[in-house]
Design a protein around this ligand. Structure first.
Ligand code: NAD
Ligand code: TYD
Length: 339
């Protein structure tokens, strides 16, 4: 199979590329990534040594470039990870979210139709369902939960999902969608909760917890998300949405305290800061459909996954030190300076 992976220099896309190259030695993978602040070419250092892998620097909203790539490469499947992915940035500047996440999706799907690609997969998020109350642990997101977004990020992802379903129904595009809960693991960009807290502990900096730290996320180790996407791309039914989640709900303050404990630091580093605007309370996924239909099961429990993740950040300091010493410093000061 020849796959196009978009956004493969980011967190989940890069993990997916390594997962595929390792599992299917006969598959070819092409990655297109424009290398925004969140994309790191160095993350793909090992992949570029593999003869079955090729990297193309380019923007998924660039129709001409995308069409030329599809014409030349004749992909069997496209997996779209490329996106602006950080909720806090979407609150500061929504426009680029609309451009990449919605229009980029359209450009890719048009190319799939034009060049007869057999499968288009949209990597979406559980955030399209909005949030759940903290006091109703019985409620979970299913694939039929209504779309009800809170942030410009989730609204842009939901818009893309609707467009994917419309392209399936109207033009017969062979498309699937996965909606996954929060991922964690290697190559996670330092702006997100888990890497931010690990790196701040290692640098002995305050740990900025939004609000009271009571918000709940359902954490899934990144390779378990990769295996789910792989199953959907190969065996999922066209026009279907598959929820993917870890059954692993944790409050933010629990996550922060776990990281502190694992690293032997002090809880005095915790600083409660002004809450995120429109902050979703709780995400929780019911992944019965993908488990029953495609036999997916997460392999890594949270206790092991968080240890592996912390170890990765300890073992790969140059990867994140280069990021946090650059432009990221300005972002950090702007977001957390007076919070
Ligand atoms: P990320 O921000 O780490 O990576 C995004 C990648 O996309 C970067 O390499 C960036 O350079 C690239 N990119 C951005 N705009 C582009 C453009 N116009 N053209 C080409 N490349 C572009 O994101 P991530 O956390 O790896 O998320 C990947 C996907 O998974 C996103 O679609 C996100 O919505 C979805 N998702 C993420 C999570 C999570 O917990 N991180 C959970 C569920 C779904
Ligand atoms: P994040 O990693 O941004 O993922 P998402 O908002 O897409 O779920 O944030 C996870 C949770 O952690 C979310 O409830 C916001 C919270 N959070 C903090 O408390 N402090 C921080 O510095 C960050 C980045 C997030």
């Amino acid at each position: 199979m020849k796959l196009l992976v978009t956004g493969g220099a980011g967190f989940i896309g890069s993990n997916f590329i390594y997962y595929i190259l390792d599992k299917y030695t006969g598959d070819e993978v092409v990655c297109i990534d424009v290398l925004t602040y969140a994309g790191n070419y160095s993350t793909l250092e090992e992949a570029v040594k593999n003869k079955n892998f090729k990297f193309v620097k380019g923007d998924i909203t660039d129709r001409q470039l995308v069409n030329e790539l599809f014409e030349a490469e004749k992909f069997d499947a496209v997996v779209n990870f490329a996106a602006e992915s950080h909720v806090d940035r979407s609150i500061e500047n929504p426009e680029v979210f609309l451009k990449t996440n919605i229009l980029g999706t359209q450009v890719l799907m048009d190319a799939c139709l034009k060049y007869g690609v057999k499968r288009y997969h949209q990597v979406s998020t559980d955030e399209v369902y909005g949030d759940l109350p903290l006091d109703r642990p019985d409620l979970l997101f299913t694939e039929t939960t209504p779309i009800k977004t809170s942030s410009p990020y989730s609204a842009s992802k939901a818009s893309a999902d609707l467009l994917v379903l419309a392209y399936h129904r109207t033009f017969g595009l062979n498309a699937t969608i996965s909606r996954c809960s929060n991922n964690y693991g290697p190559y996670h960009f330092p702006e997100k909760l888990i890497p931010l807290m690990i790196i701040n502990v290692l640098n002995n900096k305050p740990l900025p917890v939004y609000g009271k730290g009571e918000n709940v996320r359902d954490w899934l180790y990144v390779t378990d998300h990769c295996s789910a996407i792989d199953l959907i791309v190969r065996n999922g039914r066209a026009g279907e949405v598959y929820n993917v989640g870890g059954n692993n709900e944790k409050t933010n303050i629990f996550i922060v305290k776990t990281i502190i404990k694992e690293l032997g630091a002090s809880e005095d580093l915790i600083t409660y800061v002004t809450d995120r605007k429109g902050h979703d309370l709780r995400y929780a996924i019911d992944s019965t459909k993908i488990q029953n239909e495609l036999g997916w099961k997460p392999q890594i429990n949270f206790e092991d996954g968080i240890k592996k993740t912390i170890k990765w950040y300890l073992d790969n300091k140059p990867w994140w030190e280069e990021i946090v010493s650059g432009e990221y410093k300005n972002y950090y000061d702007k977001m957390y300076g007076n919070r």
